[in-house]
Design a protein around this ligand. Structure first.
Ligand code: SF4
Length: 380
């Protein structure tokens, strides 16, 4: 398959891994965070840690859209879904994220709420058109990649005069999360999270471009390499980061030139700016309240804002006791550090959001990495 097979070539992968092994200087370590859940999944799926020398360590970041939704927002969505006449639509993974008391949207559906899985925002619009006597709410989540389709749906609903369609907006912003991590006490004061550079997200960067990362690279002296999702993309990005660190550089480089430009998709950016504006703050699982990190619907489209139409509890709720998702999303712990990992908590029975989506650190680790972990533990 064009643009896939040639980025999975085993011989080239071995060559890149050997180059990383040669160039990663002995006597120092390289702590590289992959921000995006898509990279977390690719790194686990293709066994990339096994190809790296011991002094190059990958750290999962908070870029899994399902994982960063806090318990309180799940509770809010469930509260909306339980209101009479409501059909709540959202993407598949979101349905299984546990809220308070381990009640998920799927459990709410089993209890009688009309909750439906959709594959796109346009599916939700169609459901609204087909059910004019019901209130259809789209539970919108995700980073900059999924925001333009939500904006498009809101504009389409306005153009079609759909008064029974609203959006419960939970879209969040990548640059704010990266800044939050760089400003965290673990990085700045305690030194418990050494960070030498970032693999920048692929799909998000298609939309926002590579320019927004230039600030971090310059201000915090952390190199960023935007990378695609195939194994050779990731290995090449790691090599590019190792080289920057060795040369004392901290710039933004683009490995994913086949899809990402410096300025991104201007049309998508304009669309988002027409419909959404920044919230002063937004709660993230793991990161807490992050200033200017989430979007809300502008007044001009207020008729399509579920938070204006429905009463929601709006409470901040702590994670399940024993769940380490928060620390994993901050890069401070690994999935295998959680006592519930692979025993009480599995993809079939997730206790926290990181075990739900394929992009979650715990789910990726459970699916592709746990046996390796056990082998390593046995060898040690
Ligand atoms: S294994 Fe489960 S309980 Fe533990 S951190 Fe991951 S999602 Fe949370």
């Amino acid at each position: 398959m064009k643009y896939v097979d040639e980025f999975r070539d085993a011989g080239l992968a071995r060559g890149l891994a050997a180059a990383i092994g040669r160039e990663a200087a002995a006597g120092r370590s390289y702590h590289l965070m992959e921000f995006c859940g898509g990279h977390t999944h690719a790194i686990s799926r293709y066994g990339i840690p096994d190809l790296l020398p011991a002094n190059v360590r990958m750290i999962h970041g908070p870029g899994c859209p399902v994982c960063v939704l806090p318990v309180g927002r799940i509770d809010d969505a469930i509260a909306i879904a339980r209101q009479p006449g409501v059909i709540l639509c959202t993407y598949g993974d979101v349905l299984r994220v546990p809220g308070s008391g381990r009640v998920s949207l799927l459990k709410a559906k089993a209890g009688g709420a009309d909750v439906r899985m959709v594959l796109s925002t346009m599916d939700a619009l169609r459901i609204a058109e087909e059910n004019p006597d019901r209130e259809v709410v789209f539970f919108a989540i995700g980073f900059e990649t999924t925001t333009p389709p939500t904006a498009l749906a809101i504009q389409a609903a306005q153009a079609r005069g759909l008064s029974n369609f609203t959006v419960f907006c939970n879209h969040v912003l990548t640059p704010s999360a990266i800044q939050n991590i760089l400003e965290s006490p673990e990085v700045r004061e305690l030194g418990t999270l050494p960070l030498d550079g970032f693999i920048g997200p692929a799909h998000v960067s298609v939309v926002i471009g590579s320019r927004p990362y230039e600030y971090f690279a310059e201000e915090y002296r952390k190199p960023v390499v935007v990378a695609g999702f195939e194994p050779l993309d990731v290995l090449q990005a790691i090599l590019m980061l190792v080289r920057q660190v060795n040369e004392g550089r901290a710039g933004v480089e683009n490995q994913f030139t086949r899809a990402v430009t410096r300025d991104g998709n201007r049309k998508a950016q304009r669309l988002v700016a027409e419909v959404f504006e920044m919230r002063r703050s937004f709660e993230w699982r793991g990161l807490g309240i992050v200033p200017y990190s989430g979007l809300r619907i502008k007044e001009a489209y207020g008729a399509f804002d579920a938070e204006r139409r429905f009463a929601v509890p709006g409470r901040s709720v702590p994670d399940h006791k024993g769940c380490e998702c928060g620390a994993i999303l901050r890069g401070v712990k690994r999935p295998s550090d959680c006592k519930l990992f692979g025993t009480v908590c599995t993809p079939e029975n997730p206790m926290g959001s990181c075990m739900v989506s394929a992009e979650g650190g715990c789910a990726a680790h459970y699916t592709y990495g746990r046996f390796r972990d056990h082998q390593n533990a046995g060898a040690a």
